[in-house]
Ligand binder design. Structure first.
Ligand code: NAD
Length: 328
């Protein structure tokens, strides 16, 4: 597999993955297909622009003629492009269904008519829904509770159906919450960090009791790379092993890393739908492909904060203008 198409490669996780691919010596071309929505930024690829192996296509995964012509010229697809912010999906779900479900199906339909060797569909632990106890394996039924997670669950099932029905060599990865540099500051870690660095308070839903697993973006990308080159078509791989924290505990770590105190925290009523806990069993990818996460949050949060401090001019919006869903 020498020519890889990466959708959403100008976004947070996709840009880290592109850099990783470009460090390999067996890749002839990495093509990024990205619509550059509010979440995509060419500057996210600044480390890659000088590479003769990088090609950038400004376009939409829903553009079938464009997608057809790209898939004919590539060996594999790694599909990151999506609407990815839960709060935005609570405000308006339609774009999530269009991009995440119909967009994915458009790519799969094009892959069906091309000689694609691997199609990695990048998904999330949120498709399993909340788990009060225990961990979701890849066989756990999908019980998404918010429109974002429902759109990802639907796209996972469509992707797997194209493997079953048409033999498209699809693998699905499901990772927990990622953190690291270059994430748009609407998600909780970059949002809190950018607010605190400006001396602004942060708001926590409910009592901050919700548990999430925080995985460094490079650990997720390492897992996706293993699936791209070694995953078995038709299989789903959970990518976890980050740090489990309540939002309150995470906030304490962020406050310390930003040099702020508890007075910078405000509590607001919980949103209508806010899953208590996500947890995944990731022994399958560890046992079959040798995946091992290496970057615990406590060791890597400071480097993430430093990146936001060093790139304060990158964010075009005042961070408090990012839409947040806080109730009905
Ligand atoms: P992101 O929002 O930072 O980036 C999404 C990218 O997709 C942007 O560059 C955007 O311009 C592009 N895009 C959106 N619509 C497009 C379209 N119609 N055509 C082409 N490009 C389009 O997202 P992210 O956080 O990097 O997430 C990437 C993938 O990983 C998503 O599929 C998401 O569901 C999944 N995921 C994210 C996390 C996380 O913690 N961020 C965790 C698990 C899974």
């Amino acid at each position: 597999m020498q020519k890889i198409l990466v959708t959403g490669g100008a976004g947070f996780i996709g840009s880290h993955f592109v850099n990783r691919l470009l460090q390999r010596t067996d890749i002839e071309r990495v093509t990024v297909l990205d619509l550059l929505t509010y979440a995509g930024n060419p500057a996210n690829l600044s480390a890659a622009w000088d590479s003769p192996h990088l090609h950038f296509v400004h376009g939409d995964i829903l553009d079938r003629p464009l997608v057809d012509s790209l898939l004919q010229r590539h060996d594999a697809v790694v599909h990151f492009a999506a609407e990815s912010h839960v709060d935005r999906s609570l405000l308006d779900a339609r774009g999530f269904l269009t991009t995440n479900v119909t967009g994915t199906q458009t790519l799969l339909e094009a892959a069906r008519h091309a000689a694609i060797e691997k199609f990695v569909h990048v998904s999330t632990d949120e498709v399993y829904g909340p788990l009060p106890t225990g961990c979701a394996t890849e066989d756990t039924p999908l019980r998404p509770t918010v429109p974002y997670a429902a759109s990802k669950a639907a796209s996972d099932l469509v992707a797997l159906s194209y493997q079953q029905t048409y033999g498209v060599p699809v693998c699905v990865t499901r990772s927990s919450n990622n953190f690291g540099p270059r994430q748009y500051p609407e998600k909780v870690i970059p949002r809190f960090v950018t607010l605190l660095l400006q001396g602004e308070p942060v708001t926590i839903h409910g009592r901050g009791q919700h548990v999430r697993n925080w995985l460094h973006v490079e650990d997720n990308c390492a897992g996706i790379e293993l699936v791209l080159f070694g995953g078995v078509p038709g299989q789903v791989y959970n990518i976890g092993g980050g740090t489990d924290l309540t939002t309150a505990a995470l906030t304490e770590l962020i406050l310390t890393a930003c040099g702020a105190g508890p007075g910078s925290v405000r509590y607001i009523p919980d949103r209508q739908s806010n899953d208590e806990r996500y947890a995944m069993d990731w022994s399958k990818i560890a046992g079959t492909l040798g995946y091992q996460p290496r970057r615990p949050l406590r060791d890597h949060l400071a480097e993430t904060v430093a990146w936001y401090r060093d790139h304060a001019a990158r964010w075009p919006l005042p961070v408090d203008a990012v839409p947040t869903y806080a109730g009905k």
